[in-house]
Design a protein around this ligand. Structure first.
Ligand code: GLU
Length: 493
């Protein structure tokens, strides 16, 4: 019997998402339960959006939760490299193979031509799709243009009629009509593969036997299935996991709920409780108990117990569960966890330089700097009363700063300052008009230690969370304002 091998294949393009941790957990449990292996692969073929910082954060977040992998970019393994950007030649070889077998073809169409085709199709009320223009080029002609250095992509051929049957471990056979599939680009003009080619090639070469991925990928499954067929490879068992949702049932999004694992770490959730809660997403123990460890989950794991109703990721429920975990710790363990959370030497050393010069006794530290050890702050609207700015302008400034900071990847004081400065300038304000608002939102006080340093220290998750909290306190942002301000924001870049 072949060994079960599962994987998680995150793209390192942002904060480590709770959805990634959730899918990782289920892949881990499935593999462990079958005595198999769990692999981590980094899908960083989107060169513009992928960063090493984000990759590191994914490792840290998963490890913090207690999720360990047997093979991966950082731990190595027999099927490496495990980072797709280091596997270019491999994809090139397989793309060439598809072209020579006639399953794929080079496409030289310009963006302008594609736009035009799309516009015409839309005008005729047709589903926009590639019109097959380059599919019939003579291979020799195509080779000549490639040799001449002409920019091109490689597209796969797809059937135009009939249905593709996707055998899903949870839903049974799902039928998807072929006419919904476009002639997917497999290799981009930059010589890197798209998700589809890279994912299929790697899952095959890495010996993945079961793919548990989020259900947002179900609609594109036929393309993957076709690729396995073109290559003559056995396709892994497929399992499309239900998506996490906000309490209002919409897809979990950071606009409504913090989605970064590091946010929950900074808020002082226990990793075991967080993992436990993720294990409750669409799954339950045979005896329905709420609190269980990773080992217990693995022991009782049964993929057939996953239910398809969209699991709700509800912070209040998570907090309740976290409370159960906290109360069941021994007092010694509790004290240790608190220390590890924010009373550790690293964190204290970041705060000390800003506090030392401002106190006469240690007992003044907590009132001055308690916000370093808090999540949400007890804010009051008066803190945000502004001499020069109207109430609307106050919310506007804070919303624009929030958006700017949401896009900031390197969380450093100078860059944070740059973001605030850029917003101030764009609104023809002075930095010193804006800073009191930052002060109020981040520290909850009229004066404290330097707020720019404080923002760097508490980190992106808590900074954004508190700005959001302040905006909500002041009445939030209406739909109309969101539209107007988004435009204003777009004109800043
Ligand atoms: N790179 C994809 C993602 O970021 C992987 C999806 C899959 O598991 O195939 O979600």
């Amino acid at each position: 019997m072949t060994t079960v091998r599962t994987r998680i294949a995150p793209s390192p393009t942002g904060d480590p998402h709770v959805g990634t941790a959730y899918i990782a957990l289920f892949n881990l449990c499935f593999a462990r339960q079958h005595g198999g292996q769990f692999i981590l692969r980094i899908e960083d073929t989107d060169q513009l959006r992928s960063t090493r910082e984000s990759e590191e954060q994914i490792y840290e977040a998963l490890r913090w939760l207690g999720i360990e992998w047997d093979e991966g970019p950082d731990v190595g393994g027999p099927h490496g490299p495990y980072r797709q950007s280091e596997r270019r030649e491999i994809y090139k070889k397989y793309s060439d193979e598809l072209v020579s077998k006639g399953h794929a073809f080079p496409c030289f169409c310009s963006a302008e031509r594609l736009d035009q085709v799309r516009a015409e199709q839309t005008a005729r009320k047709e589903t926009p799709r590639y019109d097959g223009h380059c599919m019939h080029l003579e291979p020799a002609e195509a080779q000549r243009r490639i040799a001449a250095g002409e920019s091109h992509v490689v597209r796969m051929k797809v059937p135009t009629e009939g249905v593709c049957v996707v055998p899903d471990m949870l839903r049974g056979d799902v039928e998807i009509p072929w006419d919904r599939m476009d002639m997917q680009v497999l290799m981009k003009a930059d010589g890197l593969p798209t998700y589809f080619l890279a994912n299929v090639v790697d899952d095959h070469l890495m010996g993945i036997t079961h793919v548990l991925r989020g259900e947002e990928w179900l609609p594109s499954a036929p393309k993957l299935i076709k690729l396995y067929e073109y290559f003559g490879w056995e396709q892994p068992a497929l399992c499309y996991m239900p998506l996490l949702r906000n309490p209002d049932k919409s897809k979990l999004s950071k606009r409504k709920n913090p989605t970064s694992v590091t946010f929950y770490q900074r808020m002082g959730y226990l990793p075991q409780a967080m993992l436990n809660y993720l294990g409750r997403m669409g799954w339950s123990m045979p005896d329905e108990r709420e609190k269980f460890t990773l080992e217990e989950m693995i022991e009782h794991f049964d993929i057939n117990r996953v239910s398809l109703g969209g699991p709700i990721f509800d912070i209040e429920k998570l907090s309740w569960l976290n409370g159960q975990w906290i109360r069941e710790l021994s007092v010694e363990a509790f004290a240790q966890e608190v220390q590890a959370w924010a009373l550790n030497p690293d964190y204290l050393m970041k705060i000390a330089p800003h506090v030392q010069g401002r106190v006469e006794t240690f007992s003044q530290i907590a009132p001055l700097a308690g916000f370093f050890f808090s999540g949400a702050l007890p804010l009051n609207a008066e803190l945000f009363a502004h001499k020069k700015l109207s109430a609307e302008q106050v919310r506007q400034v804070m919303q624009l700063v929030l958006w700017k900071l949401e896009a900031l990847r390197q969380w450093e004081k100078d860059r944070i300052t740059g973001c605030i400065q850029a917003v101030a300038e764009h609104l023809s304000l002075k930095l010193r008009d804006v800073m009191p608002l930052m002060f109020a939102a981040i520290t909850g006080q009229a004066s404290s230690v330097s707020v720019l340093d404080a923002m760097e220290i508490i980190g992106p998750d808590l900074t954004r969370f508190r700005l959001r909290q302040a905006i909500e306190l002041l009445g939030g942002v209406s739909k109309k304002e969101t539209k107007e301000w988004e435009k204003l924001f777009a004109s800043m870049a």
